[in-house]
Ligand binder design. Structure first.
Ligand SMILES: Cc1cc2nc3c(=O)[nH]c(=O)nc-3n(C[C@H](O)[C@H](O)[C@H](O)COP(=O)(O)OP(=O)(O)OC[C@H]3O[C@@H](n4cnc5c(N)ncnc54)[C@H](O)[C@@H]3O)c2cc1C
Length: 385
């Protein structure tokens, strides 16, 4: 059997790893438009690669149907499969990482194994289209190149962080082949806000309870560290909130509310402020960092609100995400209805689709690589000559 993989990112490379182990005699080719495969892997987890999540629960994904795939191939299966390939893992407070704690070492090892198993790489080759026939597909690449394969795997990713390869251009090819593509929207990105004057907050971090509020109801809450940008909110909790806004299409009709002291009542903070006030000086600065205090004071004067109350209820209105360039994953892609539970296409025989190219994206914390690896594993396991 001859297998062609379009896209040498996490899903494509791990698919090649699992398949080359299961079917050592098969010929496997990877077509990657960048000069090097796996560039995005290097950027994951701040260079450490948060490779799996221990509990990839359906509600942590844009489409809870992802849970059906992860029920067949979840953390235990993937952990075992990786260790069988010599990729050992460690558990840290923030999640599951390679034992080396290095995305670069992981990628180097992966490429070494694939090369030792005679997987052929066409790097710098972009797949422009493919022509399906009863006995496989002719893959049309740039540089006037054509390859015939028996089975074609699409692992072209989404549209996020295009400098790392995935520019979303293959979706128009898939659409032409009859696939249904859910609208592409940036997810896991910082949130731009309509409020002005955030410049003095740039770089400040504060633990917060972050809520997404719509029509007076809190729809999503998470605790964590907010990082202020000059025109918006960043940090993992803001990233996750941005995904929620994208999943529920709430960008134009909701507020992001910060409670800087979720474990203290307003009365308790008021007491702290009153005590500080009795010593003179700037009481709010004994509670929060001085630029944050100055921002709160200014806003409270403008909005005629109590500054202490604002520390527990600071409202921001999202204007937009920072776009695909600054987003970690893409919401949207090939709808799950177009593939079965082993990621075989329901539209064309002899085609599989895996990873972020499918319309599934997850929160921060290893959920997205879990999805890429799980779909890669399911497809690899299902292929028989
Ligand atoms: C900065 C950053 C940090 C992240 N950190 C984490 C993390 O720690 N944990 C986690 O779970 N997730 C993380 N993610 C998300 C995770 O990296 C992605 O969800 C995952 O890489 C998706 O894998 P994929 O193979 O489906 O797509 P991609 O990794 O995007 O790979 C797609 C590949 O296909 C290639 N390609 C596209 N079109 C063509 C074509 N026509 N012809 C040939 N090649 C093509 C692209 O160049 C690319 O190499 C992070 C993302 C970013 C941007």
């Amino acid at each position: 059997m001859k297998i062609g993989i379009v896209g040498g990112g996490a899903a494509g490379l791990f698919f090649a790893l699992f398949l080359s182990s299961l079917q050592p005699d098969w010929h496997i080719e990877v077509y990657e438009k960048e000069e090097r495969a796996g560039r995005k892997i290097l950027a994951t987890g701040n260079g450490h690669c948060n490779i799996l999540n221990e509990n990839p629960a359906p509600e942590c994904y844009s489409d809870p149907l992802a849970g059906k795939y992860l029920a067949i191939c979840g953390y235990e299966t993937l952990h075992r499969a990786l260790e069988e390939e010599g990729i050992y893992l460690q558990k840290r407070k923030e999640g599951i990482y390679p034992l080396t704690y290095s995305a670069a070492s992981l990628l180097a090892y992966l490429l070494d194994i694939l090369s030792s198993r005679k997987v052929v790489f066409f790097t710098g080759f972009k797949v422009i289209d493919y022509v399906k026939s009863a006995n496989g597909a002719d893959v049309l690449l740039n540089h006037n190149t054509k390859r015939h394969v028996d089975f074609l795997v699409v692992s072209t990713g989404g549209k996020s962080s295009p400098k790392l390869g995935s520019d979303g251009s293959f979706f128009s090819v898939l659409s032409k082949h009859g696939y249904h593509i859910e609208n592409l929207v940036p997810a896991l990105s910082p949130i731009k806000v309509k409020e002005v004057g955030l410049g003095i907050l740039k770089g400040i971090r504060h633990q917060s309870l972050v809520s997404v509020v719509s029509k007076g109801r809190s729809l999503y809450e998470e605790r964590g560290e907010i990082l202020f940008k000059e025109d918006g909110l960043s940090g993992i909790v803001a990233f996750n909130a941005s995904s929620f806004l994208s999943w529920k299409r709430l960008w134009n009709s909701s507020a992001v509310v910060l409670d800087f002291f979720p474990d203290r009542t307003e009365g308790e903070i008021k007491k702290m402020e009153m005590r500080a006030r009795s010593y003179g000086g700037r009481p709010l600065e004994t509670i929060v960092e001085k630029n944050l205090a100055a921002y709160i004071l200014k806003r409270s004067e403008r909005e005629k609100k109590d500054p202490v109350a604002m520390l527990k209820n600071l409202v921001f209105h999202p204007s937009s995400s920072y776009g695909f360039n600054d987003s970690q994953v893409t919401h949207g892609g090939v709808v799950l209805d177009d593939v079965d539970l082993a990621c075989h296409s329901r539209i064309e025989d002899g085609v599989g689709i895996i990873g972020e190219a499918l319309d599934v994206d997850g929160k921060c914390g290893g959920y997205n690589l879990t999805w890429a690896l799980a779909t890669a594993y399911l497809l690899a396991k299902s292929l028989k000559s």
